[in-house]
Design a protein around this ligand. Sequence first.
Ligand SMILES: NC(=O)c1ccc[n+]([C@@H]2O[C@H](COP(=O)([O-])OP(=O)(O)OC[C@H]3O[C@@H](n4cnc5c(N)ncnc54)[C@H](O)[C@@H]3O)[C@@H](O)[C@H]2O)c1
Length: 280
Amino acid sequence: MAKLNKIGIIGLGHVGSTLAYTLCLSGLARELVLIDTDEKKVHAESLELADTLQNLAHNVVLTENAYAALLDAELLVFCAGDIRVLETASDRLAELRVTSKVVRDVAPKIVSSGFDGLVISITNPCDVICQYLAEMIGFDKKKVIGSGTLIDSNRLKNRTGDTRSLVIGEHGESQLALNASEAAATAARLTGWEIYSAKQHTAFGIASSVTRIIRVLASGSDELLPVSTYDEKAGCYYAVPSSISLANGTETRVVPLLSDEEVANLRRSINTIKANYKTI
Ligand SMILES: NC(=O)c1ccc[n+]([C@@H]2O[C@H](COP(=O)([O-])OP(=O)(O)OC[C@H]3O[C@@H](n4cnc5c(N)ncnc54)[C@H](O)[C@@H]3O)[C@@H](O)[C@H]2O)c1
């Protein structure tokens, strides 16, 4: 199986720790660099992962809280934030106010580590934070992608039972469901909130989606995935089926054939993302 040598994960909360666990099980990386401001948490997760690895036929080297170790990493996953913001969120931009600050804290550390690989950004609002992170670390926008609407597309397929169902646009309220009834689209869009309201976070769906993205990167496959990639013309990130590679990041973006109404809805989604970006 194709493997990456080293993957960094910044943010070892629900999402980052589940991703680290999933990556250990999958054996897709020889080394994981685990970074979080909560050093005790990183150490605890590292101990748990080491216990896990005793059950597996492969090893994964675990490095704790060392930005310097990112120098030769091929991939960095950004999932730092504070999900507790949603407990008292009074508006949809509440998380952005917190996560944009986290980007400002983390970006100079990424830059001074000398890391120059590919970045996958998960932190919400996904498309906006992806652009902000790319700008703050000064990377070519092709080398920074967002997890986008792969998770939303999975949720939609679970509602429709149709493998052609696809979500594009914002990973958020303005997303656009294709090949789905309105009822299925609404139910899928609300799935994250349904999960969140019971367990106060979501993790398995997103961690396995990002593992799938990493598997595509490791294998060199040109499979199209609905990840958030930069549209030069629109001047923002949003999800459309895209092919990606470890060397170049975004290779191609394929906007599906859309009806006039869908074109207008995608435009609305892009405008939502751009308006949110302006609030930073
Ligand atoms: N894109 C998606 O589909 C998707 C899905 C689920 C969650 N998310 C988002 O992912 C983010 C993380 O979610 P979570 O449930 O893991 O949150 P969480 O609060 O459990 O974990 C966030 C972690 O980030 C760490 N952190 C905060 N500031 C940091 C900094 N400056 N440097 C390093 N680490 C820092 C915290 O200590 C914490 O461990 C949130 O923004 C959430 O909305 C996105």
